[in-house]
Design a protein around this ligand. Structure first.
Ligand SMILES: Nc1nc2c(ncn2[C@@H]2O[C@H](COP(=O)(O)OP(=O)(O)OP(=O)(O)O)[C@@H](O)[C@H]2O)c(=O)[nH]1
Ligand SMILES: [Mg+2]
Length: 303
C-alpha cells in the first residue's frame, strides 16, 4: 500500500463567543454544535469530523475558557482544557475586533505553562469586523506574546481563510488510520444533539441569566413505523418564576421555541419530528451529578 492516510484531533479553544462552534460547523459542513450570540453557549466537548484529501480531521469544539464561578462553569472550563490536552494540534481562536483581551492573556499564560505539549496555531476570527491594516498589528502583537506555529486570519461565519486553515491542519496531522467511518460527521449521540438544539432556541429567546440556569435533557426517543420520530424532552429550571417565563403568556414562548427546535431536528434527521417539551422546576439541578453526565460533563470537575 502506497496510499497513506492521516488522522488526528484538533482542539478549538478560546474565550466564550470567539466563534469556535461556528468554525467547527463550517469545517464539518453541518451544524453539529449550537451557536448563539451569547457567551458560554457550548457546555461540553463536541467532536465534528472533516475530511481533507487523505486526512481525517477530528475537530474538538470546547466550552469557552473564562474565570469560573459556579460548579457548572468549573466543569466546563475543565472540559475545555481536557479537549486541548487530548489534541494533536491546538487552534486558539480570538476575536479580531476585541484583540488581546485580559481573557486571552489568561489563556496564553495557561498555554505557556503547558508549553511544548502540542503545537498551537492562532486563528484571528471575525476579520469581517475590522480593517485589514489593524489585523497585521494584532497578529504581530499576538506573536510577540506567544510562539504560535502559524497564524491564520479567518471569518468562520463567512468562510474566509477557512480552507487554508483546514489544508494546513491536514498536512500537520500524523500518518495513521482514520478514527471514524467516512460518513460520520459527529460523535455526539442523537438525543444529546436534539437536547442541544432545544437549548439553543431557549438561549436565543430568553434573556439575562435564564439561559445559564436551565438545562435540557432528552427523556424519550421513539422512531415510529410511519417514518416520524417522537422526542420527549425535559427543561430543568431553578425557580417557579423561571418556569413561567419559559412558558410565556398562554404558553406562547414555549410554543415558539418548540416549533423552531422541531423544525431544526426534522431537518437534521431528515424525517418529521413530534416534539414534546415539559418544564420542570428543580432548584438544585446545578448540584446534581446526573445532570452533568447528561450534558457530557464530569461532575467532579466542578469541585
Ligand atoms: N461577524 C462575525 N461573527 C461571527 C464569526 N464567527 C462567529 N460569529 C458569531 O459570534 C457569535 C458566537 O459564536 P459561537 O460559535 O457560538 O462562539 P463560541 O466560541 O462557540 O462560544 P461559546 O460556546 O460560548 O464558547 C455568534 O453570534 C456567531 O454568529 C465571524 O467570523 N464573523
Ligand atoms: Mg460554542
Amino acid at each position: 500500500m502506497t496510499n497513506s492516510t492521516r488522522a488526528g484531533f484538533v482542539a478549538l479553544i478560546g474565550e466564550p463567543n470567539a466563534g469556535k462552534s461556528t468554525l467547527l460547523n463550517r469545517m464539518v459542513g453541518a451544524k453539529v454544535s449550537i451557536v448563539t450570540h451569547k457567551v458560554q453557549t457550548t457546555r461540553a466537548r463536541i467532536r465534528g469530523v472533516a475530511i481533507e484529501g487523505d486526512a481525517q480531521i477530528v475537530f474538538v469544539d470546547t466550552p469557552g475558557i473564562f474565570r469560573p464561578r459556579r460548579r457548572l462553569d468549573r466543569a466546563m472550563v475543565t472540559a475545555a482544557w481536557g479537549g486541548a490536552s487530548d489534541a494533536d494540534i491546538i487552534v486558539l481562536l480570538i476575536e479580531a475586533h476585541r484583540g488581546l483581551t485580559e481573557g486571552v492573556k489568561a489563556i496564553l499564560a495557561a498555554l505557556k505553562e503547558r508549553a511544548g505539549a502540542q503545537p498551537v496555531a492562532l486563528a484571528i476570527n471575525k476579520i469581517d469586523k475590522i480593517k485589514a491594516e489593524k489585523l497585521l498589528d494584532l497578529s504581530a502583537q499576538m506573536n510577540a506574546e506567544f510562539d504560535f506555529v502559524k497564524t491564520f486570519m479567518i471569518s468562520a461565519e463567512r468562510g474566509y481563510g477557512v480552507d487554508d486553515l483546514r489544508e494546513w491542519l491536514a498536512g500537520e496531522l500524523p500518518e495513521g488510520p482514520w478514527y471514524y467511518p467516512e460518513d460520520q460527521i459527529a460523535d455526539l449521540p442523537m438525543r444529546q444533539i436534539a437536547a442541544e438544539i432545544t437549548r439553543e432556541k431557549l438561549t436565543l429567546r430568553l434573556h439575562e441569566e435564564l439561559p445559564y440556569q436551565l438545562t435540557v435533557e432528552t427523556e424519550k426517543w421513539e422512531d415510529r413505523p410511519d417514518g416520524s420520530t417522537r422526542i420527549d424532552q425535559l427543561i430543568y429550571v431553578m425557580r417557579d418564576g423561571h418556569k413561567g417565563i419559559v412558558l410565556g403568556k398562554g404558553g406562547e414562548t414555549i410554543k415558539g421555541i418548540s416549533t423552531a427546535a422541531r423544525e431544526e431536528m426534522s431537518e437534521f434527521l431528515g424525517r418529521p419530528v413530534h416534539l414534546f417539551l415539559q418544564v420542570k422546576v428543580r432548584p438544585n439541578w446545578l448540584e446534581e451529578a446526573e445532570r452533568y453526565s447528561e450534558m457530557g460533563l464530569d461532575f467532579k470537575d466542578g469541585d
